[in-house]
Write a protein that binds this ligand. Structure first.
Ligand code: FO1
Length: 319
């Protein structure tokens, strides 16, 4: 194990992952954090290129996220959406006016041949974000959910059908020919890398697409630094989203043991809630208060995780 450096790489999906990434950003200097984000949820809607998890992390780190919803921006208006609806356009996926501005910039840049990483770096800079915010890949990877109602694109399953169809399998179209985004690859190979954090995102829907990008598992395994996952479960229930439902549908018990088994061979530490238990041979289990109710909770949990990873307390600093 090598843990002399300072750089931390966090792998994450949307809301829960974004909250911990925000906590880490409050504890670390901007150059000491890279957040690698799931793009399996990305899709094209009304001609726009939408990257829900990247945008959730972007807005959360920028302090402009809609706290109640988790996704989208605070103080949003729905003028375009209302007009779209009145014209008979699709209204199942809510796009706020400010959010649309971002989608317009990204869509135009991608059409002009700019890499998704470059567009996101530009948007992060525009919103004053210090840490590197990196898509898992610049090539399109699309999460597809096989269900009793047929094969569904992720947003069709997640938003349009509210996760109701019975899931039988999950696959990641395009993953086989995708490559880790150059900045993701570079971050995982940094000589000053001190640790890798798997945020409390859905292991099957948000973390697996990242790990399905060829090379990503080997980069994590070969990094030679401690790898820590934060459980997405508290008291046998998902903190947010359909994790518990997916586990049941896949025939798994909704336990921390199942989370540990899913990440077997990749992680060294699993952080579970103070009231929970986990027996997983070969893993170090730490109990912490993993519920992030507010911003101080995010920074507190991040500091505790950094303490476990690097063995040195890192006090949160101001935004
Ligand atoms: N989630 C919803 O449940 N309903 C929506 O209408 C919706 C719109 C939306 C717009 C932009 C965006 O970036 C995300 C949006 N989400 C919406 C969230 C999102 O699609 C999912 O939470 C993630 O893909 C899962 O991580």
């Amino acid at each position: 194990m090598r843990a002399a450096g300072r750089h931390i790489v966090a792998l994450c999906g949307g809301v829960g992952g974004a909250r911990l990434a925000h906590g880490l950003a409050q504890c670390l200097a901007p150059d000491d954090l890279t957040v690698i984000v799931n793009t399996g949820d990305d899709f094209e809607h009304c001609g726009l290129s939408i990257s829900p998890d990247l945008d959730t992390v972007l807005y959360t780190l920028a302090g402009v996220a809609n706290r109640e919803q988790g996704w989208g921006r605070s103080g949003e208006t729905l003028g375009v959406m209302d007009a779209l609806k009145a014209l008979g356009g699709p209204d199942w996926f809510l796009l706020g006016d400010k959010d649309i501005a971002l989608h317009l910039i990204r869509t135009e840049a991608l059409r002009a041949g700019t890499a998704l990483s470059a567009v996101m770096a530009q948007l992060a800079k525009a919103l004053g974000i210090g840490p590197a915010l990196v898509p898992m890949s610049d090539q399109p990877v699309r999460t597809m959910v096989d269900t009793a109602d047929g094969l569904l694109a992720f947003q069709d399953y997640f938003v349009a059908r509210r996760c109701a169809p019975v899931v039988t399998a999950i696959r990641f179209d395009g993953a086989a020919v995708a490559r880790p985004a150059p900045a993701a690859l570079a971050a995982l190979q940094r000589p000053d890398l001190a640790g890798i954090v798997f945020c409390p995102s859905n292991p099957w829907l948000s973390m697996d697409p990242i790990l399905a990008v060829p090379g990503m598992r080997d980069l994590v395994r070969g990094a030679g630094v401690p790898v820590l996952a934060v459980s997405p479960l508290i008291g046998g229930q998902a903190v947010k989203g359909p994790t518990a439902k997916i586990m049941a549908k896949l025939g798994l018990a909704c336990t921390n043991e199942a989370i540990a088994a899913h990440y077997a061979g990749l992680i060294d530490h699993l952080v579970i809630d103070t009231g929970d238990n986990c027996t997983a041979p070969g893993l170090t289990i730490s109990q912490r208060d993993i519920l992030m109710r507010d911003e101080p909770d995010r920074a507190r949990l991040a500091a505790e995780i950094l303490d476990i990873l690097t063995g040195s307390s890192t006090a949160p600093h101001g935004d």
